[in-house]
Design a protein around this ligand. Structure first.
Ligand code: ADP
Ligand code: GN1
Ligand code: MG
Length: 377
């Protein structure tokens, strides 16, 4: 069972890491759909606290490649932060990046006797992540966080990183998987989702644009995060950005994917899996604030073509999530953690609804980006 403290031999797992031994209190932590995360503490004030994560080996087949990516990116971010701090000479603390804890075998991950893979990071205390964004300050800070992330990594060669999940955001492959799931119909559920399938498949051809522009060399491949859900940013107590987290999917990609996935989780007034479709509305001021923050950090290097692609990403990402959730539903919930039967279908329906709303506001979204850009230029 996922996230059950009693399932794992924590004493032996923790003993692999170079930390002083202690009597840790261990609690499941966070609301991610893929990995299992545990908070380890010895003191009430979190002075000595770590996050221990079981990396989902079913999803990530190349753990060594993944951890090498993560280390390379973290080191690059830390070098940049140190340089910035020296240049400013103001003693302003560098923005935090994740810190991996080394294992006694000098790697940054270990395996337990059940074959599970584990890694540990320092717990950044006095931070929080949000599943739902409610203020323009949070949205603006989110824009700054991901914009800065792209900016700091834009001089690192994407070829140095491996694809931790091949074709992760390749919509053509995602649609192929949906088609296979429909044909197999292993859980016998296809008839019950005919209208959702019809809606998604009707739009399939128009969704490959970013991929085609990339293949044609019109959009550059950069190092992108590829999972820019808002809860993958840590904010401090004043809602200022502290750190971009969840670096498992950092690999070569297109900027529009990250912009689109962040907007997906910011602009929606309801949860990603909202049951009441009428509750799913667009909060345009949050979009404006996010775009302002993001473009402010990327104006120096973003190309005209990338700028134009941002709205395409805003439509593509909820669409792709709907395809992915529905595929998992048809396959019998083998990929995402689910909390009740039909959860993946509920998620897919919510993402389709969000996509419909975004489609109807495409012109407005484009205007906002254009206006923010002109103000910065
Ligand atoms: P998942 O892959 O399950 O989404 P994350 O790496 O995003 O895992 O971590 C899950 C949650 O744990 C995050 O949303 C955040 O709230 C919290 N978190 C992750 N890393 C840290 C950290 N270093 N310090 C404090 N909180 C963290
Ligand atoms: C998963 O791990 P988490 O919850 O941050 C998924 C993302 C999806 C997201 C949808 C490796 O992210 O691609 O966008 O769920 N991660 C992976 O909420 O598949
Ligand atoms: Mg996460």
């Amino acid at each position: 069972m996922h996230n059950e403290v009693t399932t794992y031999d924590f004493k032996n797992i923790i003993a692999n890491f170079k930390i002083s031994s202690g009597n840790f209190d261990i609690k499941p932590f966070g609301s991610g759909h893929i990995n299992d995360t545990f908070l380890l503490t010895t003191e009430p004030g979190y002075e000595d606290a770590y996050l221990l994560q079981k990396i989902n080996h079913f999803v990530f087949k190349n753990i060594d490649g993944l951890m090498n990516n993560m280390l390379r990116v973290i080191n690059h971010l830390k070098e940049k932060a140190e340089k910035a701090e020296k240049a400013e000479k103001a003693g302003r603390p560098a923005k935090e990046t994740l810190t991996l804890v080394q294992c006694k075998n000098n790697k940054y991950y270990c395996q337990d006797h059940q074959g599970n893979y584990w890694r540990m990071t320092l717990f950044l205390k006095d931070t929080q992540s949000y599943d739902l964004v409610t203020t323009t300050k949070q949205a603006y800070q989110g824009g700054c966080a991901f914009g800065n992330f792209h900016c700091l990594l834009c001089d690192l060669d994407p070829a140095l990183l491996v694809d931790t999940i091949p074709d992760f955001l390749n919509i053509e492959k995602r649609l192929d998987s949906l088609t296979i799931a429909i044909k197999k119909n292993s859980a016998g559920l296809v008839r019950s989702v005919r209208s959702e399938l019809f809606f998604l498949l009707e739009r399939a051809n128009s969704m490959g644009e970013i991929l085609q522009l990339g293949r044609a060399g019109i959009l550059p491949l950069r190092i992108t995060h590829n999972d820019t859900k808002f809860n993958n940013i840590l904010l401090n107590q004043h809602d200022e950005v502290q750190c971009v987290i969840d670096l498992d999917t950092v690999m070569p990609g297109y900027i529009a994917y990250d912009f689109g996935d962040a907007v997906r989780s910011i602009i929606n007034t309801a949860a990603e899996d909202e049951k009441d479709l009428d509750a799913i509305q667009l909060n345009m001021p949050l979009f404006e604030a996010f775009a302002k923050g993001y473009l402010g950090k990327t104006v120096s290097f973003l190309t005209e073509q990338e700028l134009k692609s941002l709205v395409k990403g805003v439509l593509l990402l909820p669409y792709m999530q709907a395809v992915r959730f529905l595929t998992d539903y048809l396959e019998g919930d083998v990929y995402y953690k689910t909390h009740f039967p039909g959860h993946n279908l509920q998620r897919a329906r919510a993402q389709i609804q969000l996509f419909k709303m975004l489609e109807s506001k495409k012109g407005k979204l484009t205007d906002i980006i254009q206006q923010e850009w002109l103000q910065l230029k």
